[in-house]
Design a protein around this ligand. Structure first.
Ligand SMILES: NC(=O)c1ccc[n+]([C@@H]2O[C@H](COP(=O)([O-])OP(=O)(O)OC[C@H]3O[C@@H](n4cnc5c(N)ncnc54)[C@H](OP(=O)(O)O)[C@@H]3O)[C@@H](O)[C@H]2O)c1
Length: 339
């Protein structure tokens, strides 16, 4: 038998623990063309919230009620009925919140991972989708240049912590935004020039003081009050890579605010802003992962990871992502005791 986490109820607003159930089911048998995977590491990502509504937001894959949640997993192949895949090999793909999975070897996005000098967890963080996203947002979309100033929202998270470090590598001044003094200290320890606490009462004033000469880039991860404080601090023609807006995900596809869209559109017009949404894994430069790997190897990128023990704790950790948990960086669930 194995455990898996299924969607019990569709979240009303931010996800709550009662929206999920951990159930025991038989370990599946692989069919011809399939591989049987033993999960090692499960990635927790804000995008997973987008698939939990009746009408999945933004074209993300929906999760039917009673079905296992979607999520990226690093797994070991323990049986194979597919050519080119052997037991003992490691793969990464969206195989779901479960301890074992039998999946087609042609599952879109499934890739082999070589054991090497970096932990397997990096396949879900710096050397995976969040890494590609940070690289794409800072370089492909943000076009950061030495000497520019970047305001980085979500700076204590998986994407923001990396994107800010990439900005520093490329010679920018990077001002992070994070929730609370401890998270700001963690962000500054990564090499950011400053970090402003968005939960402090004087947040907007403190952010303005940290960006005295306006900024060329606002990296959008969160939306809401953080965005409203950052946009007035941008230069004419500043770039705004819109990576995500997770404070608004619970509002559904339309939502009344709190971004006050007419005001936002006015700001876009008045300041001539170029705001370009993107999907990091699709538009990252072909050398993104190789470049990240070399920066990681040289110690120029530091890993920020929180490991959650046991799949049964995954729902609480996921709920915490939307409720100000103390976790930082890439959140990972250890699925097997021996990794
Ligand atoms: N476009 C793409 O291809 C792509 C790919 C991956 C992720 N994303 C998006 O990028 C964003 C960051 O993802 P991630 O993987 O880095 O997530 P993460 O590790 O959970 O980090 C999220 C960050 O957002 C901050 N945050 C959460 N709720 C907030 C709120 N209400 N107000 C202000 N800040 C808030 C958190 O700040 P504190 O913890 O400091 O409070 C945290 O630093 C998300 O919007 C995600 O959907 C987009």
């Amino acid at each position: 038998m194995m455990r898996q986490v299924v969607l019990k109820a569709r979240p009303q607003g931010n996800p709550r623990i009662g929206d999920f159930a951990v159930e025991e089911v038989p370990i599946p048998e692989p069919k011809p063309g399939e591989i049987l995977l033993r999960g090692l590491w499960l990635s927790l990502d804000p995008y997973m919230r987008l698939g939990l509504d009746e009408k999945p937001m933004g074209g993300s894959n929906g999760v039917p009620l009673g079905a296992p949640l979607i999520g990226g997993v690093v797994s070991e192949i323990i049986a194979s009925k597919a050519d080119g895949f052997s037991p003992g090999e490691i793969v990464e793909g969206r195989t779901g919140w479960r301890e074992y999975a039998a999946v087609s070897a042609t599952l879109p996005g499934l890739r082999k991972i070589k054991r090497g000098k970096f932990s397997l967890t990096t396949a879900l963080g710096s050397l995976g989708m969040p890494g590609q996203t940070a690289h794409a947002g800072m370089i492909t979309v943000g076009r950061v240049k030495a000497g520019e100033t970047v305001i980085m929202s979500g700076a204590s998270g998986a994407v923001g912590s990396l994107a800010g470090q990439i900005g520093k590598i490329l010679g920018a001044r990077v001002v992070g935004i994070a929730g609370g003094p401890e998270k700001c200290a963690a962000v500054e320890a990564l090499g950011f020039d400053a970090c402003i606490d968005y939960k402090a009462p004087d947040f907007a004033k403190a952010l303005a003081a940290a960006v005295p000469e306006s900024a060329e880039i606002y990296f959008e991860n969160v939306g809401g009050a953080v965005t409203r404080a950052a946009l007035p601090l941008l230069k004419y023609g500043a770039r705004v890579p819109v990576c995500g807006f997770m404070s608004l995900y619970a509002l559904g596809d339309v939502g009344p605010g709190p971004d006050h869209l007419p005001g936002l559109m006015r700001m876009i017009m008045l300041k001539g802003l170029e705001i370009r949404g993107f999907s990091g894994a699709f538009v990252a430069a072909p050398n993104a992962l190789a470049e990240l790997e070399s920066w990681l190897g040289e110690g120029r990128i530091k890993l920020l990871e929180t490991v959650i023990e046991d799949i049964a704790n995954a729902p609480a950790a996921f709920v915490g992502m939307f409720a100000g948990s103390a976790d930082t960086g890439k959140r990972l669930v250890r699925l097997a005791a021996d990794v």
